[in-house]
Structures are given as C-alpha cells and as structure tokens.
Design a protein around this ligand. Structure first.
Ligand code: ADE
Length: 429
C-alpha cells in the first residue's frame, strides 16, 4: 500500500499521520472508548493530581487505537511527554492518530504503512531519547538495542504488552543483552486472562466476520494454538455454531482442548476439513505449503498472532498462478488446478486490521497495568535489575478490585475464623 506522509505534521515534528483533518472523528472515538475504561479513567484522575511521571520522556510502540489513545492521555496526565508509533503496519486507526497529534502526543503511524515507513516511525519515536519505553511485540526495544545503543544509558525501564514480546525479551535476558528492566504486563492475570482470552476471542471473530460476512454456524473452524488467545477464539467460534478443531504442539494444552470438547489433530489432518483457519501460536510457518495444498477450494485463512509469519504467505504466493483482492482485507490466491485460498488482512493481526482490536472494557485492565507499571518503574529508577520483571501482585489485585467495583460486582471477605483456618495445619477431618 502507498505510504502517505503528512507534510504539515512532519515539518512541525509532531508526528506523521494520514490526515490531520480526521482529528475530530478520532476524538469522538477516544471519548466513546473512555466510557468503557473506568479503571484507566480513575488512574488518569489520580495521575493528574500526583504527576508520578513528571519530567519523563516515554516512547511507546503500540497499536494506535482509541484505547491506546486513552492510555497515552493517562501517561500525559501523569506528567510524561509521550511519543507514539504503531506496533503493526496495519493496525492504526488514522482518525485516532490525528486526534492524538492534536492532543499533544507526537504520533507516527499510518494504516497500511510499508516496512520502511514502519521502521522510520520507530526511529522517530526513539529520537526523543526516552527514559521509559512501552512496547507491544518488542520491535522498539529490538531497534533500540541493535541500532540506537547510544540511547540505552538514558533508559530507566520499559514495559511489554504481549506474549510474543515477552518471549523475545526473555531471550534477550538469557543472552545477557537486555540493557534495562522491563515489566511484562502480559504476565499480569488482569491482562492475559481477560485481554488474551475474551479480547482476542471476540475481536478475532469480529475481524473475520467484518472482512468476509460469512456465516460461522455449521462451518469447520480450525484454531492453531491453544494458549489464552486460542482458548478465547475456540470458545467464541463454538458459540457462533462452528465445529471447532484445535491444533497444538504442547501435550498439556492439547489435552485441555480435548477435555474442553474440541477435536484435536495435526494441521495436515485439519487442512482438508477447515472452512476457516486462524493461527495464534506466536510461531512461524504454522500453515505452510503442505497445508495449503490440502485445503478445500475457498478456504479462508487468517492470523491473529502478533507477527504475520504464522502463515507462510511467501510460499502461497509462489504456489499461486494468480492473486487478486476481492473485498477490503480479503485476497484470493488461485493455485494451478484452480483451487482458491482466501487470505485475510495480508496475514496480519486480523482483529486489529479488519476490525478494531479488543473492546475497550478489556483494554481497560491491560492499560491500567501499563500505566501502573510505568509508575512503578518511575519510582524505582535504577533500582531494578536489567531483566524481565513481573507486574507486582498488589497491582494485579488492585486492578481486579477496581474493575469489579466498576462492574458493580461485590465479593465476600474472609471472616477471622476463616483467616485462622487458612493459616493453621492442626484442623483436619
Ligand atoms: N491489542 C489488541 N486490541 C487492542 C486495542 N483495542 N488497542 C490496543 N492494543 C490492542
């Protein structure tokens, strides 16, 4: 897709967005999202009073959505100077990006930007010489460590949003190359139990349905990977009436899928059965030539994992004698015998490319973790080792408490007798 560079914003150093005139539409979307983000809104109000991030420059590489905008405004309310770029070339909401520039958050993100622009935008955000980084997939951290090492001494800490990013950062820590502490937001219970499961579950089905307008009831839906995201997609596809097949490489997860009532089999066996395929493994070439060859005519293939490598699209392109776009985010590849394979959103995150990503009420908790993890890092500048850290349990529990309260759900408290019982070993049958 062609790259568009906004001259006006580029010149003023305030970002690079598709069209500054989209700002008022973006503003309404940001406000709409905020209505379903009560925990983050509450944190924003406290940050505005206490300014825990005063004087800090924060570089964020996240999906540029209305939910992310609310996070950026929260960090800004806390006193940080925030610069934002996209964590995926196809996930940006251009109107939201324009609104953020208006709100004083330099934003470098254009939906459909090419690879060179994507990395130029990461470089632009790093040019702010950040004290804190906030990443979704670890591309920012990777560029910082590979190409901008002169900036590393100024960075006090960072956060990481997603499973794939945490895996990359742990690999860096094991190799001893991670230069500063990073809090793995993904590992918080109030993140992955809800965002990865219910968020990915709903938004992935949303992306596939918006792109294709196909009926799931009665269709065979193959989910590759039964982590939290796979569990969510399988659960929601079943809810829409699909016959769900799960593929896995981990015996425990596969066993769980079997006992959750799904058919489990290797991809080679699932390939000729599926009407829809969706990968969420975090691995590469999960659906590849041998599988494409066995698929039915018209099989629909999508990815909802962080990177587009889960589908071997270069192999599909080589196999195909023709390819053509048939709808927005829908491309058809025709193989020599005439069979058609349909790929959604160029194999990029289908939930953020063809739909709007996870709903705000689930991002409320993920981004409450991001905001509180930034505050935690800011308060401990220089005190934490350069490795991957967990979100402190108190933060996780506090977010769960605030979310329950916002949802009007109350819970019991332990009685003194119960507290005593839990701390003693003498009482038995
Ligand atoms: N990741 C998944 N859904 C998202 C959203 N709505 N905003 C930002 N990041 C996301």
């Amino acid at each position: 897709m062609a790259t568009r560079v906004s001259i006006a914003t580029k010149r003023s150093g305030k970002g690079d967005v598709k069209d500054p005139k989209l700002a008022s539409k973006g503003e309404s979307r940001i406000e709409w999202a905020a209505r379903s983000m009560p925990v983050l809104t509450r944190i924003q109000a406290r940050f505005a009073k206490e300014k825990p991030l005063a004087g800090l420059r924060l570089a964020a590489c996240l999906h540029v959505t209305s939910e992310t905008a609310n996070l950026a405004l929260t960090l800004q309310a806390g006193g940080a100077s925030v610069a934002l770029c996209a964590s995926n070339p196809l996930s940006t909401q251009d109107d939201v990006a324009a609104a953020l520039v208006d709100a004083g958050v330099p934003t470098f993100a254009i939906k459909g930007e090419d690879q060179a622009t994507y990395y130029r935008h990461i470089a632009a955000v790093l040019d702010t010489a950040p004290h804190l980084t906030m990443d979704d997939g670890a591309d920012l951290v990777s560029v910082l460590h590979k190409e901008r090492r002169e900036l590393l001494s100024g960075v006090a800490g960072g956060t990481e949003e997603t499973t794939t990013g945490v895996i990359r950062l742990r690999a860096m820590a094991v190799e001893g190359v991670l230069a500063y502490p990073i809090v793995a937001v993904n590992d918080a219970m109030t993140k992955h139990l809800f965002d990865n499961r219910y968020g990915t579950g709903q938004s992935t089905i949303d992306g596939i349905v918006r792109a294709t307008n196909r009926l799931l009831a009665g269709a065979v839906f193959v989910v590759a990977g039964y982590g939290w995201c796979g569990r969510g997609i399988a659960m929601r596809a079943r809810g829409m009436g699909a016959v769900v097949v799960v593929t896995e490489i981990d015996p425990l997860r596969a066993l769980e899928a079997v006992m959750d009532g799904f058919q489990v089999m290797p991809m080679a066996q699932a390939a000729p059965l599926g009407d829809f395929f969706c990968t969420v493994t975090g691995n590469t070439s999960v659906v590849r030539e041998e599988h494409f060859r066995r698929m039915k005519d018209g099989a629909i293939v999508a990815n909802s994992g962080h990177f587009n490598v889960e589908l071997d699209l270069p192999a599909l392109a080589k196999m195909a004698k023709a390819r053509r776009p048939v709808r927005d985010f829908v491309e058809e590849f025709t193989l020599p015998g005439g069979k058609r394979i349909v790929v959604l959103a160029e194999g990029r995150l289908v939930n953020l490319s063809a739909a709007e990503g996870h709903p705000s009420s689930v991002m409320d908790m993920s981004f409450a973790n991001q905001a509180l993890a930034s505050e935690y890092l800011a308060a401990r500048k220089g005190d934490l080792e350069p490795r991957v850290h967990s979100v402190p349990r108190e933060i996780d529990q506090e977010i769960a408490r605030l979310k329950l309260a916002a949802m009007g759900a109350r819970i019991d408290r332990l009685t003194p007798e119960q507290k005593h019982y839990l701390s003693s070993w003498q009482e038995g049958t």
